[in-house]
Structures are given as structure tokens and as C-alpha cells.
Design a protein around this ligand. Structure first.
Ligand code: ARG
Length: 613
């Protein structure tokens, strides 16, 4: 279904053409003077110079042509104002017709794409055996929304979690476990039997093992520590790291016991990750990781060498990616380290190669911390240059900013530790539950604790996701529990609250024995009704822009505006008490359609609304 402004513009463009002016100049846009008019067309202004006529004269002729050709079916006001603007209001009968078509369409008027694309969204990116922290929140939340928006735009979209499951962190864990329990069968080279099914650690042990190992390998000088003492610890650290690196290498080379231990690390860690992602309403189609492509690395490297794309540099194997037009430094992309080990880059290149073979994507979108932007520029260039992907495969880096606390520094726990994702979710859930209970108590309603908890969890998710997504991805933002959980202002809870109000009006309408399904739209008469109806017509254009610009914040801005209009409307209009049946049906039909638009928008953002609050 064509976008509302497109349909309106077409009427105007026809008038331009009939009046003897170029059609393209007849584009209609949303008014930047909403106090004067709803829409405007500045085409006459732009034409004045080339037509050598005063713009006012051109505008008047167009207005007349428009009126002579039935333009008043679309526009209820066509005003020519000095020096040559066309100020327009749209006919509410026409708006009604547009909304009716939206209502009849399952996708609320969203146009199918000209060509369906195959898209992979690479997001989440958690590291195995390290607890998810607030940095992982953004990738998950933004990536999930991008996936849903692209799918809604009609594309074939696959979400891949791309776990960090193959690097030095795995070697560190194996090495640390070996220090603690050298008697474990995984470390017995002569063992030929079956390894135990049970993991030798729990998730909380695993979450302690990794940071301990990491600290041992990279000791930091402590306060008051003498230089000699630190030097000794550093030396021990280097030895420790060498041990961990050896473990990494052996693991990657396929040592049986290490692989078996790695399988345990994966199983324990992935089960925990899944819980976290379920809590976030985030869902991946593929649970691939860096390890998935391990076996294809040798052949890839061989080809890169043979076809001359990669060359040795200081012992390492690299692909030059510098271009003449570069203004900033662009180091080569390293494919193998000097000891022959593969690295983060190698797995990303091999993953692209695999994706090309298995999915043949037209586009791959990476939702990763913006501090990795140079890295991805190197990867993209290396992949194109060495024909790992075709020239026409679009590779997009959607880099996001940092989550900060109110002090403007990265969000931490109260005692300055890393904020775990699970703790952050718990914080918001608690704050939300308190607010909901307070509201209930002050309204004197009976409280069902279990129910309140369930509702609080749902609203909490909206608070977190909306708080994140309403910012442009690339910007840092402040994680503000009080603001995010507020029922007023540009927040998730406000959006849900508005929806719940609408649902309750629709439910009341049914309670008085009428059917929402049978309510039919009418041309809006009142100001609030008109504004709500107009905002509703913009849905498909907003969804398209959000897709094209990979910008969930545009959906947030829209849904916020829609919520404001809906609030104004139901506060100013008696609906259940309206005695004029036709009017009442018109209001109900308008709200029912608005509710569908809300549902669709929040689904694109990745959260749901409760029935009651
Ligand atoms: N695991 C990585 C990290 O924590 C993010 C992975 C991003 N995706 C990718 N294909 N490299 O930094």
C-alpha cells in the first residue's frame, strides 16, 4: 500500500503537470507550521527562478488547477500564502479511506519490498564463560529490533549470535582448571575411554574461573606493592599466559581431552546465556560462534596465499586494506599471527565465507560496540578484496555507544564492579514492581502479588529496551532507572500504559454489549481525533525509514508521538458515554486500529504489552 504522503503528493503532482509545470516539484511534505496547516508544498517557490515568474502566481495557478481537477477530495484546505507557499489540510474523508485500507491489511499498509533480500544480522556476540554484562545488552536489544524490522519490511532475515568461543579465554579456563584439578581425566594424555557426561564445574564456578585466570595472566600492579614483588608476579603471569596459549593451541588442534572439556564449558555457559536471552525476549536463529568456522580456516588461508591476496609481514600473514583516499591510518588486516595461530579476524573472515556458501546473503549487518569500527572496516575491505564476499554484498557496521551511569562513566555496580546484565534486569524489575504496587495501593485496588510481579517483569523489559532503543544507536546514553521506569514521558512504561488504557476502553465497549469488530471508522471531526488519525497514516513510512536507516529510534519517536495523540484523544473525548452510535463506533474503530499499530510497533522494538497494569 502506497505511503500516505506519496498518495497525497501524486494528486498535487498531477496538478503541477496540468498547470504546465514539472511534476517532480509537486512533492507534499508535513507542515513545519502545524499551527497553520497540516501539510505543505513548496514547489512553486523552487520553480520561480527557472520559470521567471513570481512564486505566488505559480502557486495560485496550481491551486486553481487543483480545485478544477477534484483536488478537494484530497485537500480540505488549499491556501496560497505569500511569497508562494501552498498550505494544505487534508480531507478527513480521504484520511478515513486511507485508514480503512490500513485496517484491511494484515501489515497495516507496509509495502512489500521491490526485491526480497537475504539478510544476516550478527548480534549478541557474548563471550562464552564470561557473564553477560551491560555492554552485551545493547547488541542484543538493538540487533533483535533490527532483525524484526527487516523481517517486517519483507526480507528473509537470519539472526546469528556469533559467540566468542574459541580464543585465548578458552585456553585460560582450561589451564586454570588444570592447575586446580590436574587429576581430571581430561588432562590424561593416555586416556582412551569416554569422558564423563557431567561437567566438572557449575556456571557460578565457571564465572569465577575465567576472571581469576585472566588476572593471573595479566597481573596489575597493586597499591603499595614493591617493584620487585610486582616484577615477580609479572614473570609468573607471563609463564601462566604461555601455558594458557599452549592450551588454546592444543584445543584448536583437536586434543581430545581439551575438546571434551570445551564441550562442557560450552554446554554450561550456553544454557546460562539462553536463560538471559529469554529474559530479554531475544531469540537467535543460529547459535554459531568463532569455533564454528575453525575447520575451514586452513583452506581459506591457503587460497588467500595462493591467489596473492595475503602476504607475509614481520612473520604474520596479512591482507593490505589501505586505499588511496584514506585520511586516517588503515593498518593491514592480520589473518594469521606470527606463530601461525588464527585470531578474531580470521574467524570473522571465515564466517563471511561460510555465510556466503550457506546463506548467500545480500547484506550482513553487524551490531557491535562502535569501538570496533576500524576493525570491521578492515574486515569488510579484506573480505571484498579477496573475494570472500561478492562486490555487491552489502556489509554494514552498526556501531553502538556506551551505557553510562548518571556520572557519565560506564554503568557500574554500586561498589564499582562490572554491572552484570542479570543484575541490571533485576534492578529494573524491582523498581517496576514497587511502582506498580504503589499505584495499586493508592487506587485502592486489590493486589495479586504474583500477577503484579508478572506485569512488572513485562513492563520492566519495555523500560529497558525502550530506554536503549529510543537513543540513536551510535550515541552513548545514561542508564537511569528512575527515568526509564517512569509512567510519564518518553518511556516504555508510558507507551504500555497508553496501550492498556486503550485496551480497557475497548473492553468496556464490549462489556456494554457492543462489538469492537463491528465498529466502523468515520471522518474525524474534532481536533484531537484528527491529529490521532493523521499520526496513524504515517505508520508504513516510519517503518520503511527505520528499516532503510537501521534506526529503531525512529519507531520509538513515532510510537511516542502516537501515544501522545492517543492520550489527548481519549482524555478529551467521551467514548463509552457517547450517545451518538455512529460517532461512538467511529471512535472505537479509530482506537482499535491505533491499538494494532501500537502492537506492531512494540513488536518491532522487541517487547509486549500486558492486558492490565
Ligand atoms: N564477542 C565479541 C566481543 O565481545 C563481539 C562479536 C561481534 N561479532 C563479530 N562477528 N565479530 O567483543
Amino acid at each position: 500500500m502506497k505511503e500516505f504522503l506519496t498518495v497525497v503528493s501524486e494528486t498535487m503532482q498531477e496538478a503541477f503537470e496540468k498547470a504546465g509545470y514539472p511534476k517532480e516539484s509537486g512533492r507534499v511534505s508535513i507542515s513545519n507550521r502545524p499551527d497553520l496547516c497540516q501539510l505543505q508544498c513548496n514547489g512553486a517557490m523552487a520553480l520561480a527562478k527557472q520559470e521567471k515568474k513570481p512564486p505566488f502566481e505559480i502557486a495560485e495557478k496550481i491551486a486553481q488547477t487543483l480545485k478544477d481537477n477534484g483536488g478537494e477530495q484530497v485537500f480540505s484546505m488549499i491556501d496560497v500564502v505569500k511569497p508562494g507557499f501552498l498550505n494544505l489540510n487534508v480531507s478527513q474523508e480521504f484520511v478515513k479511506g486511507y485508514l480503512e485500507k490500513m485496517a484491511a491489511d494484515e501489515k497495516l499498509g507496509m509495502e512489500p519490498p521491490e526485491k526480497q533480500k537475504t539478510i544476516i544480522v550478527d548480534y549478541g556476540g557474548p563471550n562464552v564463560a564470561k557473564p553477560l554484562h551491560v555492554g552485551h545488552l545493547r547488541s542484543a536489544v538493538i540487533g533483535e529490533s533490527i532483525k524484526r524490522i527487516a523481517r517486517f519490511a519483507g526480507h528473509n532475515v537470519t539472526g546469528d549470535i556469533h559467540m566468542g568461543d574459541w580464543g585465548l579465554q578458552m585456553g585460560l579456563i582450561i589451564y586454570e582448571v588444570m592447575q586446580r584439578q590436574p587429576e581430571l581425566v581430561y588432562f590424561d594424555d593416555s586416556f582412551e575411554g569416554e569422558y564423563p557426561k557431567e561437567a566438572p564445574f557449575t556456571i557460578s564456578e565457571l564465572e569465577e574461573i575465567y576472571p581469576t585466570a585472566s588476572k593471573k595472566a595479566n597481573p596489575k600492579k597493586e597499591e603499595g606493592e614493591s617493584d620487585e614483588a610486582f616484577a615477580a608476579r609479572k614473570e609468573a603471569g607471563d609463564l601462566y599466559k604461555a601455558g594458557a596459549m599452549e592450551c588454546t593451541k592444543k584445543l584448536q588442534d583437536g586434543q581430545r581431552g581439551y575438546r571434551a572439556l570445551w564441550d562442557h564449558i560450552m554446554a554450561v555457559s550456553v544454557a546460562d546465556m539462553k536463560k538471559n536471552y529469554v529474559n530479554l525476549n531475544v531469540d537467535f536463529d543460529l547459535w554459531n560462534g568463532e569455533s564454528t568456522v575453525h575447520d575451514r580456516i586452513p583452506a581459506m588461508v591457503k587460497r588467500l596465499r595462493e591467489e596473492g591476496y595475503a602476504h607475509e609481514s614481520e612473520g604474520a600473514l596479512v591482507i593490505d586494506v589501505k586505499e588511496e583516499t584514506d585520511t586516517k591510518e588503515m593498518p593491514p588486516c592480520m589473518v594469521l599471527k606470527s606463530d601461525g595461530a588464527s585470531l578474531y579476524n580470521t574467524t570473522d573472515l571465515a564466517t563471511l565465507e561460510m555465510r556466503k556458501e550457506e546463506n548467500a546473503p545480500d547484506q550482513v549487518i553487524y551490531v557491535v560496540d562502535k569501538r570496533q569500527s576500524l576493525y570491521f572496516e578492515q574486515i569488510f575491505r579484506a573480505a571484498k578484496k579477496s573475494k570472500i564476499v561478492d562486490d555487491n554484498t552489502k556489509l554494514d557496521f552498526l556501531g553502538f555507544g556506551t551505557v553510562n551511569g548518571k556520572d557519565g562513566k560506564p554503568y557500574k555496580t554500586r561498589d564499582g564492579g562490572v554491572m552484570r546484565l542479570s543484575m541490571l534486569i533485576e534492578q529494573i524489575r524491582e523498581a517496576m514492581l514497587n511502582k506498580i504496587l504503589e499505584n495499586k495501593k493508592s487506587s485502592g485496588a486489590a493486589v495479586d502479588e504474583e500477577q503484579a510481579k508478572e506485569t512488572a517483569n513485562m513492563v520492566a523489559l519495555a523500560a529497558i529496551k525502550y530506554g536503549d532503543l529510543s537513543n540513536q544507536a551510535a550515541k552513548d546514553y545514561i542508564f537511569d532507572v528512575d527515568r526509564f521506569t517512569s509512567f510519564e514521558g518518553d518511556t516504555g512504561p508510558y507507551i504500555l500504559y497508553t496501550m492498556v488504557r486503550i485496551k480497557s476502553i475497548l473492553a468496556k465497549y464490549e462489556q456494554i454489549g457492543k462489538k469492537v469488530d463491528e465498529a466502523t471508522l468515520i471522518a474525524a471531526a474534532g481536533e484531537e481525533e484528527t491529529q490521532l488519525a493523521l499520526a496513524m497514516t504515517r505508520f508504513n513510512a516510519v517503518a520503511r525509514t527505520a528499516y532503510e536507516e537501521l534506526a529503531p529510534h525512529k519507531i520509538c519517536a513515532y510510537v511516542y508521538e502516537l501515544a501522545n495523540e492517543a492520550n489527548r484523544f481519549y482524555h478529551s473525548t467521551k467514548i463509552i458515554d457517547e450517545s451518538d452510535e455512529t460517532k461512538q463506533k467511529g471512535y472505537v474503530a479509530l482506537l482499535a486500529l491505533a491499538e494494532r499499530i501500537f502492537e506492531c510497533c512494540i513488536a518491532l522494538l522487541g517487547f509486549d504489552a500486558p492486558e492490565r497494569m
